[in-house]
Ligand binder design. Structure first.
Ligand SMILES: Nc1ncnc2c1ncn2[C@@H]1O[C@H](COP(=O)(O)OP(=O)(O)O)[C@@H](O)[C@H]1O
Ligand SMILES: [Mg+2]
Length: 374
Protein backbone atom coordinates (compact mmCIF):
# COMPACT_ATOMS: atom_id res chain seq x y z
CA UNK A 1 0.00 0.00 0.00
CA UNK A 2 1.22 3.52 -0.82
CA UNK A 3 1.53 5.27 2.53
CA UNK A 4 3.02 8.46 1.11
CA UNK A 5 1.14 11.69 1.52
CA UNK A 6 -0.37 13.09 -1.70
CA UNK A 7 -0.93 16.77 -2.32
CA UNK A 8 -2.36 18.20 -5.52
CA UNK A 9 -1.55 21.81 -6.31
CA UNK A 10 -2.80 24.26 -8.89
CA UNK A 11 0.04 26.71 -9.60
CA UNK A 12 -1.10 29.95 -11.25
CA UNK A 13 2.03 31.77 -12.45
CA UNK A 14 2.53 33.74 -15.67
CA UNK A 15 6.34 33.61 -15.75
CA UNK A 16 7.43 30.18 -17.11
CA UNK A 17 10.86 30.44 -15.44
CA UNK A 18 9.34 31.23 -12.04
CA UNK A 19 6.84 28.43 -12.58
CA UNK A 20 9.65 26.00 -13.32
CA UNK A 21 11.60 26.99 -10.19
CA UNK A 22 8.44 26.62 -8.11
CA UNK A 23 7.59 23.24 -9.59
CA UNK A 24 11.10 21.98 -8.85
CA UNK A 25 11.06 23.11 -5.24
CA UNK A 26 7.62 21.54 -4.83
CA UNK A 27 8.64 18.16 -6.18
CA UNK A 28 11.90 17.87 -4.30
CA UNK A 29 10.47 15.91 -1.42
CA UNK A 30 10.83 12.20 -0.80
CA UNK A 31 8.02 11.66 1.71
CA UNK A 32 5.27 13.47 -0.14
CA UNK A 33 3.98 13.03 -3.66
CA UNK A 34 3.17 16.46 -4.99
CA UNK A 35 1.18 16.72 -8.19
CA UNK A 36 1.40 20.16 -9.78
CA UNK A 37 -0.84 21.57 -12.54
CA UNK A 38 0.40 24.80 -14.00
CA UNK A 39 -1.84 27.55 -15.35
CA UNK A 40 -0.18 30.62 -16.85
CA UNK A 41 -3.20 32.90 -16.31
CA UNK A 42 -6.55 33.20 -14.56
CA UNK A 43 -8.76 32.07 -17.42
CA UNK A 44 -6.83 28.84 -17.92
CA UNK A 45 -6.87 28.35 -14.12
CA UNK A 46 -10.67 28.64 -14.16
CA UNK A 47 -10.89 26.15 -17.02
CA UNK A 48 -8.80 23.65 -15.05
CA UNK A 49 -10.82 24.26 -11.87
CA UNK A 50 -14.02 23.48 -13.75
CA UNK A 51 -12.95 19.88 -14.24
CA UNK A 52 -10.37 19.14 -11.53
CA UNK A 53 -10.13 19.52 -7.78
CA UNK A 54 -7.00 20.55 -5.85
CA UNK A 55 -5.87 20.46 -2.24
CA UNK A 56 -4.38 23.92 -2.53
CA UNK A 57 -4.01 26.78 -5.02
CA UNK A 58 -0.72 28.67 -5.19
CA UNK A 59 -1.11 31.90 -7.14
CA UNK A 60 1.17 34.71 -8.16
CA UNK A 61 -0.21 38.15 -7.28
CA UNK A 62 1.40 39.78 -10.31
CA UNK A 63 -0.61 38.09 -13.10
CA UNK A 64 -1.12 40.19 -16.23
CA UNK A 65 -4.29 42.28 -16.05
CA UNK A 66 -4.67 41.69 -12.30
CA UNK A 67 -3.88 44.58 -9.98
CA UNK A 68 -3.10 44.17 -6.28
CA UNK A 69 -4.69 41.06 -4.84
CA UNK A 70 -7.26 40.68 -7.63
CA UNK A 71 -6.02 37.25 -8.78
CA UNK A 72 -6.36 35.95 -5.24
CA UNK A 73 -9.84 37.45 -4.78
CA UNK A 74 -11.13 35.90 -8.01
CA UNK A 75 -9.74 32.45 -7.26
CA UNK A 76 -11.00 32.59 -3.67
CA UNK A 77 -14.47 33.64 -4.78
CA UNK A 78 -14.57 30.80 -7.33
CA UNK A 79 -13.38 28.10 -4.86
CA UNK A 80 -14.09 29.35 -1.33
CA UNK A 81 -13.33 25.96 0.24
CA UNK A 82 -9.87 25.52 -1.30
CA UNK A 83 -6.92 27.08 0.57
CA UNK A 84 -4.99 29.69 -1.40
CA UNK A 85 -1.32 30.57 -0.84
CA UNK A 86 -0.15 33.72 -2.64
CA UNK A 87 3.25 34.27 -4.23
CA UNK A 88 4.85 37.64 -4.04
CA UNK A 89 8.16 39.46 -4.57
CA UNK A 90 10.27 40.71 -1.69
CA UNK A 91 9.03 44.26 -2.21
CA UNK A 92 5.31 43.47 -2.05
CA UNK A 93 4.91 41.69 1.24
CA UNK A 94 2.38 44.37 2.28
CA UNK A 95 0.09 43.33 -0.59
CA UNK A 96 0.55 39.68 0.40
CA UNK A 97 -0.54 40.52 3.96
CA UNK A 98 -3.63 42.23 2.54
CA UNK A 99 -4.45 38.94 0.75
CA UNK A 100 -4.03 37.06 4.04
CA UNK A 101 -6.40 39.50 5.74
CA UNK A 102 -8.96 38.81 3.00
CA UNK A 103 -8.76 35.03 3.39
CA UNK A 104 -5.54 33.74 1.82
CA UNK A 105 -4.09 31.00 4.02
CA UNK A 106 -0.46 32.17 3.73
CA UNK A 107 2.09 33.79 1.41
CA UNK A 108 5.47 32.81 0.00
CA UNK A 109 8.17 35.26 -1.11
CA UNK A 110 9.71 34.33 -4.45
CA UNK A 111 13.42 33.64 -4.32
CA UNK A 112 13.30 32.58 -0.67
CA UNK A 113 11.37 29.34 -1.05
CA UNK A 114 13.01 26.03 -0.19
CA UNK A 115 11.21 22.74 -0.41
CA UNK A 116 10.88 22.19 3.37
CA UNK A 117 9.35 25.60 4.08
CA UNK A 118 7.14 25.26 1.02
CA UNK A 119 5.79 21.94 2.25
CA UNK A 120 5.16 23.36 5.70
CA UNK A 121 3.25 26.36 4.32
CA UNK A 122 1.11 24.15 2.08
CA UNK A 123 0.32 21.64 4.82
CA UNK A 124 -0.60 24.35 7.31
CA UNK A 125 -2.73 26.04 4.67
CA UNK A 126 -4.65 22.83 4.00
CA UNK A 127 -5.14 22.11 7.71
CA UNK A 128 -6.22 25.68 8.57
CA UNK A 129 -8.70 25.69 5.70
CA UNK A 130 -10.12 22.35 6.87
CA UNK A 131 -10.61 23.74 10.40
CA UNK A 132 -12.08 26.96 9.02
CA UNK A 133 -14.57 25.05 6.86
CA UNK A 134 -15.51 22.91 9.85
CA UNK A 135 -16.01 26.03 11.95
CA UNK A 136 -18.07 27.71 9.23
CA UNK A 137 -20.25 24.61 8.98
CA UNK A 138 -20.75 24.60 12.75
CA UNK A 139 -21.68 28.29 12.76
CA UNK A 140 -24.11 27.65 9.91
CA UNK A 141 -25.62 24.75 11.82
CA UNK A 142 -25.99 26.86 14.99
CA UNK A 143 -27.69 29.59 12.94
CA UNK A 144 -30.04 27.02 11.42
CA UNK A 145 -30.89 25.57 14.85
CA UNK A 146 -31.45 29.06 16.23
CA UNK A 147 -33.83 29.92 13.39
CA UNK A 148 -35.59 26.60 13.84
CA UNK A 149 -35.86 27.21 17.57
CA UNK A 150 -37.44 30.62 17.14
CA UNK A 151 -39.92 29.36 14.55
CA UNK A 152 -40.74 26.48 16.84
CA UNK A 153 -41.21 28.92 19.74
CA UNK A 154 -43.65 30.97 17.73
CA UNK A 155 -45.58 27.79 16.84
CA UNK A 156 -45.65 26.96 20.51
CA UNK A 157 -46.97 30.42 21.40
CA UNK A 158 -49.61 29.91 18.73
CA UNK A 159 -50.71 26.63 20.31
CA UNK A 160 -51.18 28.40 23.64
CA UNK A 161 -53.07 31.24 21.98
CA UNK A 162 -55.29 28.74 20.17
CA UNK A 163 -56.19 27.20 23.49
CA UNK A 164 -57.02 30.53 25.14
CA UNK A 165 -58.85 32.53 22.46
CA UNK A 166 -61.91 30.24 22.19
CA UNK A 167 -62.18 30.27 25.99
CA UNK A 168 -62.33 34.06 26.08
CA UNK A 169 -64.93 34.05 23.34
CA UNK A 170 -67.07 31.40 25.05
CA UNK A 171 -66.87 33.17 28.42
CA UNK A 172 -67.95 36.47 26.84
CA UNK A 173 -70.90 34.70 25.24
CA UNK A 174 -71.87 33.12 28.55
CA UNK A 175 -71.60 36.46 30.39
CA UNK A 176 -73.84 38.19 27.87
CA UNK A 177 -76.46 35.49 28.48
CA UNK A 178 -76.32 34.30 24.86
CA UNK A 179 -75.03 30.80 25.62
CA UNK A 180 -77.45 28.08 24.56
CA UNK A 181 -75.60 25.48 26.64
CA UNK A 182 -73.87 27.09 29.58
CA UNK A 183 -72.64 23.82 31.09
CA UNK A 184 -71.21 22.63 27.74
CA UNK A 185 -69.54 26.00 27.15
CA UNK A 186 -67.92 26.00 30.57
CA UNK A 187 -66.66 22.46 30.23
CA UNK A 188 -65.14 23.33 26.83
CA UNK A 189 -63.46 26.32 28.44
CA UNK A 190 -62.04 24.16 31.23
CA UNK A 191 -60.68 21.76 28.58
CA UNK A 192 -59.02 24.54 26.62
CA UNK A 193 -57.57 26.27 29.65
CA UNK A 194 -56.30 22.87 30.87
CA UNK A 195 -54.41 22.49 27.58
CA UNK A 196 -52.92 25.98 27.89
CA UNK A 197 -51.93 25.25 31.47
CA UNK A 198 -50.20 21.99 30.51
CA UNK A 199 -48.28 23.64 27.68
CA UNK A 200 -47.13 26.45 29.98
CA UNK A 201 -46.20 24.09 32.85
CA UNK A 202 -44.05 22.00 30.49
CA UNK A 203 -42.42 25.15 29.19
CA UNK A 204 -41.69 26.51 32.66
CA UNK A 205 -40.31 23.15 33.80
CA UNK A 206 -38.15 22.83 30.70
CA UNK A 207 -36.77 26.39 30.98
CA UNK A 208 -35.96 25.84 34.64
CA UNK A 209 -34.04 22.65 33.85
CA UNK A 210 -32.20 24.29 30.94
CA UNK A 211 -31.28 27.67 32.36
CA UNK A 212 -30.29 26.79 35.90
CA UNK A 213 -28.58 23.53 35.06
CA UNK A 214 -30.49 20.84 36.86
CA UNK A 215 -28.84 19.06 39.80
CA UNK A 216 -30.91 16.16 41.09
CA UNK A 217 -31.80 16.22 44.79
CA UNK A 218 -30.88 12.59 45.38
CA UNK A 219 -31.92 10.34 48.20
CA UNK A 220 -32.64 6.61 48.64
CA UNK A 221 -35.12 5.85 45.95
CA UNK A 222 -37.73 3.10 45.76
CA UNK A 223 -38.35 2.50 42.05
CA UNK A 224 -41.08 -0.05 42.63
CA UNK A 225 -43.22 2.26 44.70
CA UNK A 226 -42.60 5.22 42.32
CA UNK A 227 -43.74 3.16 39.32
CA UNK A 228 -46.82 1.81 41.08
CA UNK A 229 -47.84 5.31 42.23
CA UNK A 230 -47.46 6.77 38.73
CA UNK A 231 -49.41 3.91 37.16
CA UNK A 232 -52.14 4.51 39.70
CA UNK A 233 -52.20 8.20 38.82
CA UNK A 234 -52.35 7.47 35.08
CA UNK A 235 -55.01 4.76 35.31
CA UNK A 236 -58.01 7.06 35.01
CA UNK A 237 -56.87 8.49 31.64
CA UNK A 238 -55.99 5.00 30.33
CA UNK A 239 -59.39 3.71 31.47
CA UNK A 240 -61.16 6.59 29.71
CA UNK A 241 -59.45 5.53 26.49
CA UNK A 242 -60.06 1.82 27.15
CA UNK A 243 -56.35 1.06 27.27
CA UNK A 244 -55.10 -1.69 29.55
CA UNK A 245 -52.03 -0.92 31.65
CA UNK A 246 -50.02 -3.98 32.63
CA UNK A 247 -47.11 -3.89 34.98
CA UNK A 248 -44.27 -6.18 35.96
CA UNK A 249 -42.08 -4.86 38.76
CA UNK A 250 -40.14 -7.34 40.87
CA UNK A 251 -40.73 -6.98 44.60
CA UNK A 252 -37.08 -7.75 45.32
CA UNK A 253 -33.68 -7.72 43.67
CA UNK A 254 -33.58 -4.19 42.20
CA UNK A 255 -30.23 -2.43 42.64
CA UNK A 256 -30.11 0.31 45.31
CA UNK A 257 -30.42 3.67 43.66
CA UNK A 258 -30.04 7.27 44.75
CA UNK A 259 -32.33 9.51 42.78
CA UNK A 260 -34.53 12.59 42.78
CA UNK A 261 -37.88 10.94 43.39
CA UNK A 262 -40.09 13.83 42.26
CA UNK A 263 -38.20 14.13 38.98
CA UNK A 264 -38.00 10.41 38.20
CA UNK A 265 -41.73 10.22 38.81
CA UNK A 266 -42.06 13.07 36.35
CA UNK A 267 -40.15 11.01 33.75
CA UNK A 268 -42.34 7.96 34.33
CA UNK A 269 -45.45 10.16 34.14
CA UNK A 270 -44.30 11.70 30.82
CA UNK A 271 -43.56 8.30 29.27
CA UNK A 272 -46.83 6.84 30.53
CA UNK A 273 -48.79 9.85 29.30
CA UNK A 274 -47.23 9.46 25.83
CA UNK A 275 -47.85 5.71 25.72
CA UNK A 276 -51.54 6.28 26.50
CA UNK A 277 -51.85 9.39 24.31
CA UNK A 278 -50.32 7.72 21.23
CA UNK A 279 -52.22 4.42 21.54
CA UNK A 280 -55.68 3.79 20.12
CA UNK A 281 -58.59 2.52 22.23
CA UNK A 282 -58.30 -1.19 23.00
CA UNK A 283 -54.48 -1.08 23.08
CA UNK A 284 -52.15 -2.24 25.79
CA UNK A 285 -49.40 -0.41 27.67
CA UNK A 286 -46.90 -2.61 29.51
CA UNK A 287 -44.48 -1.32 32.12
CA UNK A 288 -41.52 -3.45 33.20
CA UNK A 289 -38.72 -2.77 35.62
CA UNK A 290 -35.66 -5.00 35.61
CA UNK A 291 -32.30 -5.43 37.24
CA UNK A 292 -29.79 -5.04 34.42
CA UNK A 293 -26.18 -5.56 35.63
CA UNK A 294 -26.51 -3.29 38.63
CA UNK A 295 -28.61 -0.76 36.76
CA UNK A 296 -32.34 -0.32 37.01
CA UNK A 297 -33.84 -0.72 33.56
CA UNK A 298 -37.29 0.83 33.12
CA UNK A 299 -39.25 -0.15 30.05
CA UNK A 300 -42.61 1.04 28.77
CA UNK A 301 -44.10 -0.59 25.70
CA UNK A 302 -47.26 0.36 23.86
CA UNK A 303 -49.24 -1.03 20.96
CA UNK A 304 -49.84 2.47 19.60
CA UNK A 305 -49.25 4.42 16.41
CA UNK A 306 -45.45 4.10 16.57
CA UNK A 307 -42.91 6.60 15.29
CA UNK A 308 -41.59 6.68 11.69
CA UNK A 309 -37.91 5.73 11.90
CA UNK A 310 -36.64 8.99 10.41
CA UNK A 311 -38.16 10.90 13.36
CA UNK A 312 -36.73 8.71 16.11
CA UNK A 313 -33.35 10.54 16.37
CA UNK A 314 -35.15 13.83 17.11
CA UNK A 315 -38.00 12.97 19.46
CA UNK A 316 -35.96 13.84 22.56
CA UNK A 317 -35.25 17.34 21.18
CA UNK A 318 -37.13 20.22 22.73
CA UNK A 319 -40.41 21.14 20.97
CA UNK A 320 -40.09 18.22 18.55
CA UNK A 321 -43.38 16.59 17.60
CA UNK A 322 -43.80 14.05 14.85
CA UNK A 323 -47.00 15.65 13.71
CA UNK A 324 -48.04 19.27 14.22
CA UNK A 325 -51.66 18.33 14.94
CA UNK A 326 -50.72 16.40 18.05
CA UNK A 327 -51.68 18.75 20.88
CA UNK A 328 -48.61 18.36 23.08
CA UNK A 329 -45.77 20.72 23.95
CA UNK A 330 -43.08 18.52 22.43
CA UNK A 331 -41.19 19.01 25.70
CA UNK A 332 -42.08 15.87 27.68
CA UNK A 333 -39.25 13.76 26.26
CA UNK A 334 -36.72 16.63 26.37
CA UNK A 335 -37.51 17.05 30.07
CA UNK A 336 -37.21 13.28 30.58
CA UNK A 337 -33.83 13.19 28.85
CA UNK A 338 -32.41 16.05 30.93
CA UNK A 339 -33.55 14.38 34.15
CA UNK A 340 -32.24 10.92 33.27
CA UNK A 341 -28.91 12.17 31.95
CA UNK A 342 -28.40 14.24 35.12
CA UNK A 343 -28.69 10.93 36.96
CA UNK A 344 -25.99 9.44 34.69
CA UNK A 345 -28.62 7.22 33.14
CA UNK A 346 -29.52 6.67 29.49
CA UNK A 347 -32.87 7.06 27.76
CA UNK A 348 -33.80 5.85 24.29
CA UNK A 349 -36.64 4.61 22.11
CA UNK A 350 -37.37 1.86 19.65
CA UNK A 351 -40.45 2.03 17.53
CA UNK A 352 -42.23 0.70 14.47
CA UNK A 353 -44.78 2.81 12.70
CA UNK A 354 -48.23 1.30 13.12
CA UNK A 355 -47.03 -1.33 15.59
CA UNK A 356 -45.98 0.52 18.73
CA UNK A 357 -43.04 1.83 20.68
CA UNK A 358 -40.75 0.92 23.54
CA UNK A 359 -39.14 3.64 25.63
CA UNK A 360 -36.38 2.65 28.04
CA UNK A 361 -34.27 4.37 30.62
CA UNK A 362 -31.62 3.25 33.06
CA UNK A 363 -30.58 4.47 36.49
CA UNK A 364 -27.16 3.37 37.69
CA UNK A 365 -27.15 1.40 40.94
CA UNK A 366 -24.74 2.30 43.71
CA UNK A 367 -21.44 0.40 43.89
CA UNK A 368 -21.86 -2.48 46.37
CA UNK A 369 -19.52 -0.82 48.93
CA UNK A 370 -22.04 2.07 49.23
CA UNK A 371 -25.06 -0.14 49.69
CA UNK A 372 -26.73 0.13 53.02
CA UNK A 373 -26.41 -2.97 55.17
CA UNK A 374 -29.80 -4.37 55.90
N1 LIG B 1 -45.25 6.33 22.83
C1 LIG B 1 -45.23 7.08 21.72
N2 LIG B 1 -45.78 6.62 20.57
C2 LIG B 1 -45.74 7.36 19.43
N3 LIG B 1 -45.17 8.58 19.34
C3 LIG B 1 -44.61 9.08 20.45
C4 LIG B 1 -44.59 8.36 21.68
N4 LIG B 1 -43.95 9.13 22.59
C5 LIG B 1 -43.57 10.25 21.96
N5 LIG B 1 -43.96 10.23 20.67
C6 LIG B 1 -43.69 11.26 19.64
O1 LIG B 1 -42.63 12.07 20.12
C7 LIG B 1 -43.04 13.45 20.17
C8 LIG B 1 -42.37 14.11 21.36
O2 LIG B 1 -42.90 13.62 22.58
P1 LIG B 1 -43.01 14.60 23.81
O3 LIG B 1 -41.70 15.27 23.97
O4 LIG B 1 -43.56 13.86 24.96
O5 LIG B 1 -44.02 15.72 23.30
P2 LIG B 1 -45.63 15.75 23.25
O6 LIG B 1 -45.97 16.88 24.15
O7 LIG B 1 -45.95 16.05 21.83
O8 LIG B 1 -46.14 14.46 23.73
C9 LIG B 1 -44.55 13.41 20.27
O9 LIG B 1 -45.11 14.58 19.73
C10 LIG B 1 -44.89 12.18 19.42
O10 LIG B 1 -44.91 12.55 18.07
MG1 LIG C 1 -45.51 13.98 25.75
Amino acid sequence: MDSREHISILLVEDDPDDAEIMKRSMRRNKRVTIKVRWSPNLSSAFETLASETFDVIVTDLGLPGCAGIESFLELHARCPGVPVVVLTGLSDEKIAMEAVRRGAQDYLVKGTIDSASFLKVVRYAIERQRLLTELENRVGEIGRLERERSSVLSMFAHDIKNAIIPSVWVLKRSLSGKSGDLKGDLSLTIDNLGTAERLLSDFIEFSRLETRGYLPAKSDFDMRSAVLKQIDAGKAEAGRKDIAVECSVPAESLPSVQADERMIRRVIANLLENAVKYTEAGGVVTVRVKNHSNEILFEIQDTGIGIPYEHIPFIFDAFYRVSADQRGSGLGLAIARTIIESHEGRIWAESMEGKGSIFRFTLPGMPSSHKKSR
